[in-house]
Design a protein around this ligand. Structure first.
Ligand code: ZN
Length: 246
């Protein structure tokens, strides 16, 4: 007897497979990241096509397959319609999905990470998308065990003061520790305040956060450095967003 399983999934990526099939990379609440096969989805009469929208939340029914689990049923739970009609927001959703795909390997489920990705897609519908993806980056760093330390010196532990701080993997340095550190970059006071707010401001108020163009540049440089701890090389979608924002 065949075993069917219901999965709550976020569709991160799709690619063509064989003649009429697709492979989907999904992040599920029940099993973490998975690759599943959707048969015949490129045929016009495919019943599955409407239920596997990119960057949507869907309920999938899967059964065991030869190479990959096979999707036998798909229905959209949340389509994130406001995101779908906006090219810029869709581009940011593409970055969020690539980020999760690249940082997480197939393995045990992480329900919190699933919820963070859902929250990010919800935020991407309404608030400044730049803020929404910084939220996801911060949450991923926290889940992976690399929360950036923003209040105390990463080396000696003294409480940080002053306008800007030199940043290294894991956080910031006080003035005297920074003297011995030639590498690293600088995080502005505005950037630091923004990142601190990002970790404690309730989700429904994230849309109120303001940050200047200079502050954004500083935060991006800082987060790039921190993300290097969990990513081996930069993401294509991130470079695309940079060019779009120039
Ligand atoms: Zn120090």
């Amino acid at each position: 007897m065949e075993q069917y399983q219901h999965l709550n999934a976020i569709i991160l990526r799709s690619r063509d497979y064989k003649e009429a099939d697709q492979l989907l990379t999904i992040y599920t609440r029940e099993q973490g990241k998975l690759t599943v096969q959707v048969r015949g989805v490129k045929k016009t009469n495919s019943k599955l096509r409407g239920g596997i929208l990119l960057f949507s939340q869907a309920e999938l029914v899967v059964t065991a397959g030869k190479a990959f689990p096979i999707v036998t049923g798909a229905s959209t739970i949340t389509a994130f319609a406001s995101l779908r009609s906006d090219f810029v927001r869709m581009s940011y959703a593409g970055y969020a999905a690539e980020l999760l795909d690249r940082v997480i390997s197939e393995g045990p489920a992480d329900e919190e990470l699933y919820l963070f990705m859902l929250q990010t897609l919800q935020l991407l519908e309404f608030i400044d998308p730049w803020v929404a993806v910084r939220y996801l980056e911060l949450k991923i760093l926290e889940r992976m065990g690399y929360p950036p330390e923003l209040t105390h010196c990463q080396q000696c532990g003294v409480r940080l003061s002053g306008e800007k701080q030199r940043a290294v993997y894991g956080g910031l340095l006080c003035r005297s520790c920074a003297l011995h550190e030639s590498a690293g970059i600088v995080l502005s006071q505005e950037g630091r305040t923004f990142l601190q707010a990002l970790s404690y401001v309730p989700l429904h108020r994230l849309g109120w956060l303001y940050i200047s163009k200079e502050g954004r540049a500083s935060v991006e440089t800082f987060m790039d450095l921190q993300m290097q701890q969990v990513l081996s090389y930069p993401l294509k979608t991130r470079d695309f967003l940079r060019k779009m924002n120039m």
